[in-house]
Write a protein that binds this ligand. Structure first.
Ligand SMILES: C[S@@+](CC[C@H](N)C(=O)[O-])C[C@H]1O[C@@H](n2cnc3c(N)ncnc32)[C@H](O)[C@@H]1O
Length: 386
């Protein structure tokens, strides 16, 4: 294992802050193994995809981003601008000035990585099936200019996404669990909670189950489950009452890119707005954050579960899927308040949230120095007070 995945080390409780005992279960060896294997698997799939496109000779000669993009639809630029540096960071391409070179015969074994994970973190085949699925389906994005959304969220991959967004998935659980612990802190009685982009409902299920076990579920008077996608909403309406018992559910279609007031949400009426892995798709982040703030009661909180990056320019393997999705890449940028699309550093989130008028911003666990020492740990529960 050491040989294939490098050394696997977990942080001590001293790096995890006051809630260390609650979150230590996110730092076990199986989690670290799964992260590292997923990172390697993603890098290998990413290079295999370029080879599938017939680029081996070009890569062996050295290929700069500009050259790579020529003759391709414009939409290929952002994914390639992510893929080439990612492959260099993973040691599968060599960077020389602007050129990326394929040298020798890099290890592109996928089955071996799956076998390691099956031994140490069983039950995660779907994570790798999804990566294989992206490789198998995404080619027309480059060759015919087809939108990534249609290729990656079609009927054949949708069940895999549903299986991925589950609390049993050790690399998906952290955003849910950290946001849950943040929400649980100072939740008032009779709380009105709204979840944005609630999707497959994994966060709502965690709230129901852990809240009942720990005795705080009864503090929630209303849990408004919302999503922009009718498929997710219909599925939740069918299945969530049984899967999240005791949660006082209300359902509503809601798009975070449209003013909440125009979608029948009263101003200053909510104790908490929760968004797990969704707020980074806001087209105008400042506009959305300000709108969300205006719908919180004084003292209410925005609670986010987000992937965070150690540095804005550092590719994170989890971005691979999303570089093909327009809602992730095509957002309004602003040097100060929204410097890049997609995932941000904790510092960039803090700046954006404060500029939008939030008073205090807190991260769970404290992100530095943890993420500098353990770059593969990239989840954060972020709380911002209105
Ligand atoms: C990464 S998933 C998170 C899913 C969910 N938290 C779960 O655990 O199942 C992102 C969700 O955000 C939703 N979404 C995307 N764009 C949105 C928008 N503009 N407004 C509201 N929800 C959106 C998607 O439909 C999807 O369900």
């Amino acid at each position: 294992m050491e040989d294939a995945l490098g050394s696997i080390e977990a942080p001590g409780l001293d790096l995890l802050g006051p809630m260390g005992p609650d979150i230590a279960r996110l730092f076990t060896r199986p989690v670290s193994v799964l992260h590292r294997a997923s990172e390697l698997y993603t890098a290998r799939v990413c290079l295999l995809l370029l080879l599938d496109l017939g680029w081996e000779a070009r890569l062996r000669a050295g290929l700069a981003l500009e050259e790579a993009c020529s003759g391709l639809p414009d939409q290929a630029r952002k994914p390639l601008a992510w893929m080439l540096p990612f492959l260099a960071a993973e040691g599968l391409l060599e960077q020389r000035g602007p050129d990326y070179l394929l040298r020798g015969e890099p290890d592109l074994d996928l089955a071996g990585l799956r076998a390691e994970v099956a031994r140490e973190a069983p039950g995660h085949d779907v994570n790798f099936d999804l990566l294989d699925g992206v490789r198998a389906r995404i080619r027309p994005f480059f060759t015919e200019g087809k939108p990534g959304e249609g290729l990656l969220f079609d009927l054949s991959l949708f069940p895999l996404w549903l299986s991925y967004f589950r609390n049993e998935n050790l690399v998906y659980l952290p955003n849910n669990l950290l946001a849950l612990l943040a929400l649980r802190e100072s939740l008032p009685e009779q709380a009105r909670v709204l979840e944005l982009g609630a999707g497959a409902g994994s966060f709502a299920q965690l709230v129901a189950n852990q809240g009942a076990r720990e005795g705080w579920l009864s503090k929630i008077a209303e849990y408004r489950f919302t999503d922009v996608a009718p498929t997710f909403l219909r599925r939740a309406q069918r299945e969530l009452k049984a899967a999240a018992p005791g949660l006082p559910l209300a359902f509503q279609a809601l798009d975070l890119n449209r003013p909440l007031a125009a979608q029948n949400i009263e101003p200053a009426g909510l104790d908490a707005i929760v968004g797990i892995n969704v707020i980074h798709v806001a087209q105008n982040l400042q506009g959305t954050l300000r709108d969300l703030r205006s719908h919180l009661k004084p003292g209410g909180r925005l609670v986010m579960g987000e992937c965070v990056k150690p540095a804005l320019g550092q590719p994170l393997y989890l971005e691979f899927f999303f570089t093909f999705i327009r809602s992730f890449t095509d957002v309004e940028l602003d040097e100060e308040w929204r410097p890049v699309h997609g995932f941000l550093t904790p510092e960039a989130w803090e700046k954006a949230l404060r500029h939008a008028g939030f008073r205090e911003v807190a991260f769970l666990p404290p992100p530095r120095p943890l993420m500098d020492r353990f770059p593969s740990f990239n989840a954060s529960g972020i709380t911002a007070w209105a």
